[in-house]
Design a binder for this molecule. Structure first.
Ligand code: FEO
Length: 170
């Protein structure tokens, strides 16, 4: 059974995913402004992924006969101290998103909504991967203290990242 509460809570997640997309696009723009084009590329793809997550929730709600209500999305920050500051914030943000996904799983279980619980498992796995990817970049940044030739090399490496579309229900 797809309750109104489950529908509303999934709609709240749409706002979180859209905020994430805007936050990462804002970070991408910040990197462009300090000429770190590889980091800007990595972050732009991150923003695209978050929009794809948004659409996955959007389509699932429709599929269950619900209605997607797009709530208010707050403006993201647009300035950071440096590249380490940005990635530290991304990791903290992704940990919050993981917590919100876990909370949705808890609610789906409480409601006996096994279809939604099953749908959310994709996001449970995705969050493990997202946190690992961000930690990976953050650890490399710490090794090079976020500057110098190492930063230049890492920037070139992150330029290689490409967007891989994810499967949605449509
Ligand atoms: Fe959609 Fe990065 O969580």
């Amino acid at each position: 059974m797809f309750t109104k509460k489950m529908e509303a809570d999934l709609n709240d997640q749409i706002v979180r995913e859209m905020f994430s997309s805007n936050l990462y696009l804002s970070m991408s723009s910040y990197f462009e402004s300090i000429n770190l084009r590889g980091f800007a590329n990595w972050m732009r793809i991150q923003a695209e992924e978050e929009f794809a997550h948004t659409m996955k929730f959007y389509e699932y709600i429709l599929e269950r006969g619900g209605r997607s209500i797009i709530g208010q999305i707050n403006a993201p920050k647009n300035q950071w101290d440096d590249v380490l500051d940005v990635y530290g914030e991304v990791l903290a943000h992704e940990r919050e998103v993981t917590e919100s996904i876990n909370n949705l799983v808890r609610i789906a279980r409480e409601e006996g909504d096994y279809a939604t619980e099953n749908f959310l498992q994709w996001f449970v796995a995705e969050q493990v991967e997202e946190e690992a990817n961000v930690s990976d970049v953050l650890e490399q940044l710490k090794m090079i203290d976020g500057k110098g030739a190492g930063l230049f090399i890492l920037d070139r490496e992150l330029k290689q990242r490409v967007f891989v579309p994810i499967a949605t229900t449509k």
